[in-house]
Ligand binder design. Structure first.
Ligand code: SF4
Length: 353
């Protein structure tokens, strides 16, 4: 399932590609000139599981903010620049771990030689990210998949010729089918790790579903070394959580307890929704050492049987009682009020050991 034959590219202390985990990337909403807000946003994203943070660097004010922020951060930063390679060069000099440029928005070519120099001497990684919405002008009349691929081929060749090979590639579309086709071709055309994502997926459920389908299919094909879920939201928290859910659903990473819960029906014997919420709250900051599944089921008639693959579970029972079970076998009966506490008392040692 994993495409492990990519080159391994450093990103600060982290490595991307090969046998390394598929890292979760998120992008900041704040302008870097708002240093305090930006730092707070990054901290929250890290708490949600973000492992690589991308920041737009649109102007000199952003560089100043970056200079103040960088010493306080322990997460690899990618400075995202459009039309201003000079800003990318300055960001590299400030110690960001990678510069992201788009072949369609390079701007003045005269800065390319200097960028090459800085990337080589500062050991900075280059993320080349093409996008169907910003293809270089001469590729605009070509088939979009071909255009993305060829524009990347051209720029990769340019950097390789200059000795820059610490490269991570991405080529994004707003369309699921197109995204899959592009990445399938990228994965057989280049040896570099791939950052995968569906660009401008939208907001809420629609955006989550579109991203999950596109990224799920790619990851199932073994394609992708770090992922970003691009959602319209005022913070990067949701996109980080969704990225983790996608990876966990495919068993590619585990960070949180996997919760199995029934949709409930007329047979339910209590409030499954609030129990699930409470379980999430209580286990949110737990350091999980191995994958673990906990089931919350609405009734004891079907609960333990339907969730027998769960390591631990609660099935609600009549009289405000709850059955605790492990691998489908009933362990004890407790009151619904104390069910979660009793379950976690038993389960936690095996989760965090
Ligand atoms: S476990 Fe019980 S309450 Fe939940 S959906 Fe199945 S039958 Fe309904």
């Amino acid at each position: 399932m994993r495409r492990e034959n990519t080159q391994v590219v450093p990103l600060g202390k982290m490595n991307v590609g090969g046998h390394n985990p598929i890292w979760v990337e998120a992008m900041g909403r704040q302008h870097p000139k708002n240093v305090e807000r930006c730092l707070a946003e990054i901290t929250l994203a890290q708490e949600a599981g973000c492992e690589i943070f991308r920041l737009a660097v649109p102007d000199e004010d952003a560089l100043q903010g970056l200079a103040r922020m960088k010493p306080h951060l322990d997460i690899p930063l990618i400075a995202d620049v459009h039309f201003r390679l000079d800003l990318g060069i300055q960001a590299a000099l400030l110690g960001v771990e990678a510069i992201r440029i788009n072949p369609g928005t390079i701007g003045k070519k005269e800065h390319l030689a200097q960028l090459v120099e800085v990337l080589r001497s500062w050991n900075t990684t280059l993320r080349l990210g093409a996008n169907t919405g910003s293809l270089p002008p001469r590729w605009k009349k070509t088939d979009r998949v071909k255009a993305l691929l060829e524009s990347l081929r051209e720029i990769v060749h340019f950097f390789e010729q200059k000795g820059v090979t610490k490269i991570i590639l991405s080529a994004k579309s707003t369309e699921i089918e197109e995204t899959i086709l592009i990445y399938e071709q990228l994965s057989t055309s280049f040896p570099y790790p791939l950052h995968i994502g569906l660009t401008e997926a939208g907001s809420g459920v629609e955006g989550i579903i579109k991203s999950s389908i596109a990224l799920g299919i790619l990851l199932r094909e073994g394609i992708g070394n770090n992922i970003r879920v691009s959602l319209t939201a005022s913070t990067p928290i949701l996109e980080t959580k969704v990225a983790w859910s996608i990876l966990e659903s495919l068993k590619l990473r585990h960070r949180n307890i996997e919760i199995i819960s029934c949709p409930t029906c007329a047979r339910k014997r209590g409030n499954v929704v609030s129990l699930v919420q409470e379980l999430k709250k209580r286990t949110k900051h737990m350091e999980i050492k191995k994958p673990v599944k906990i089931a919350i089921m609405g009734c004891e008639v079907n609960g333990p049987g339907e969730a027998k693959e769960a390591d631990w579970g609660i099935a609600l029972s009549k009289g405000e009682k709850a059955v605790l079970f492990a691998k489908g076998e009933i362990v004890t009966v407790v009151s619904q009020k104390e069910a979660l506490t009793k379950l976690l008392e038993r389960a936690i040692p095996s989760i965090i050991e």
